[in-house]
Design a protein around this ligand. Structure first.
Ligand code: CO
Length: 465
């Protein structure tokens, strides 16, 4: 019996992939108890871009969101996505910050932490995996899936073994661009099941239209868990929808055991929310259909829309095809990194610069130099001497784990945010996104003053929202 378990992503990747992570806690609240009761393996509710979006766009305390969800979801495991040593930010943090962030995530309600690195340098997972085990949560180690002349199933299996040896409780193939196809996935999952002793989870996107077929073949190959999103926030650039997957496995050895009536209630809750975001224009029809070109360019959806906006700003949309052809060349120069935050932004920006300036590597942003210097970790294959010379001339390169070069930073950050701190977690918020965090803390203060004022003055009936 290999019953398939389901991780529901609507509260994280589902809305991150379709509506730029703008779903509010209020939109989630009324359905959480129902979601808790249908029999999901886990709910992915936190991490990824949700933390940033809470602060920057929604005036929500991400920690408060997590605590509130936890208070209503009493039985189902809560899962988050963590960018290894980058935590939820875009740079490497020192180990004391990683330890504290992981500790607080678990204290506030997280059960499973999915940990990945954009360059698949497993050294960048170590610190987070260690902290996760130390504080008693389930550490899921992850590889970022990609295709290239050097990426083979053997390479992913080797990475899987490293992650298992590190002490991870489960292993995930994170196919953020939806590149997996059904038959190769069957082989990959079969080989992984033979090579590893820990459960295997598969994360893909429906972008190319292959997602649900890929999950079906993965189930036949023995995958333990798959990630799906309830239908109003499924398909397109999100995950395959939950209900058809659950339905497809009914009465077979893969039966998920999930209650279809419950799923219908959940779908009914999210349908009007989907409609609202279609009406507001946030849910774009371009993200909702099938785009087989994702397999040709291997560019994740978010990166594609970034390229378009960079080219529009420069009035150079006629160079779009040239830029798309430049992306694989830059990627090759950099040792074939998977394209996921932050490598996708770095490769994309360099491709635009190479094409628009009419000369390759005439302009080189700092982040690309950092990659070549080894400040993001090891690349999949070493960068050629020729490219190294061209990008950083004779500057020194780093071969150690990048965070080994960082001094402890928790205390310094505490001091920097001293005037705003109301809970230990605020230090971490400040460390991730200093400017948006300050703005949020000021907003929080202003809201409280408003409440105090209305309590003092009975005549004043202006209640805060
Ligand atoms: Co994803």
């Amino acid at each position: 019996m290999s019953k398939i378990k389901i991780t529901e992503t609507v509260l994280r990747d589902g809305h991150q992939s379709l509506i730029a992570t703008r779903m509010t806690l209020d939109e989630m609240l009324p359905i959480l108890e129902t979601m808790d009761a249908v029999g999901y393996h886990a709910l992915e509710v936190w991490g990824g871009a949700t933390f940033d979006a809470c602060l920057r766009f929604l005036n929500e305390d991400p920690w408060e969101r997590l605590r509130t969800i936890r208070s209503r979801v009493k039985n189902t495991k809560l899962q988050m996505l963590l960018r290894g040593q980058n935590l939820l930010g875009y740079k490497h943090y020192a180990d004391d910050m990683v330890d504290e962030f992981v500790k607080k995530s678990i204290e506030n309600g997280i059960d499973i932490i999915r940990i990945f690195d954009a360059f698949n340098d497993t050294r960048n997972l170590e610190s987070a995996v260690r902290a996760c085990k130390k504080y008693g949560a389930h550490a899921q180690g992850c590889v970022s899936y990609t295709l290239s002349p050097v990426h083979t199933n053997e390479m992913f299996i080797k990475l899987g073994k490293e992650i298992e040896q590190m002490g991870a409780d489960s292993f995930c193939i994170k196919d953020m661009a939806g590149l997996l196809d059904p038959y190769n996935t069957y082989k990959l999952v079969k080989d992984l099941k033979n090579a590893l002793g820990i459960p295997i989870e598969l994360h893909t996107h429906a972008t190319s239209g292959l997602g649900s077929m890929t999950y079906m073949k993965a189930a036949e190959a023995g995958v333990d868990i798959i990630d799906t999103a309830i239908s109003p926030f499924g398909e397109g650039s999100s995950q395959p929808s939950t209900e058809p997957m659950v339905y497809a496995f009914r009465g077979t050895e893969y039966d998920t055991g999930i209650d279809m009536d419950g799923l219908n209630k959940i779908a009914a809750h999210f349908k009007p929310i989907r409609e609202k975001y279609i009406a507001s224009g946030l849910l774009d029809s371009k993200l909702m259909g099938v785009d087989i070109n994702t397999l040709v360019y291997q560019v994740p959806g978010g990166m594609l829309s970034n390229l378009v906006s960079q080219l529009k700003q420069s009035n150079a949309m006629d160079k779009f095809d040239a830029v798309l052809q430049e992306v694989p060349r830059v990627r090759e120069d950099l040792g074939y990194p998977p394209l996921v935050t932050p490598s996708s932004q770095i490769v994309g920006t360099q491709s635009v610069l190479n094409v628009l300036s009419g000369e390759r590597y005439k302009m080189i942003p700092r982040e690309l130099q950092q990659v070549v210097k080894g400040m993001y970790g090891r690349t999949t294959v070493p960068i050629s001497d020729e490219i190294v010379k061209r990008i950083i001339r004779n500057a020194e390169r780093v071969t150690v784990r990048p965070a080994d070069l960082l001094e402890p930073e928790l205390e310094k950050t505490k001091q920097a945010f001293a005037e705003y701190i109301e809970q230990d977690e605020d230090v971490l918020t400040g460390a991730m996104f200093p400017e948006p965090a300050k703005k949020f803390f000021q907003y929080r203060n202003a809201q409280r003053n408003k409440i105090d004022a209305s309590l003092l003055n009975e005549e004043d009936k202006v209640y805060p929202v």
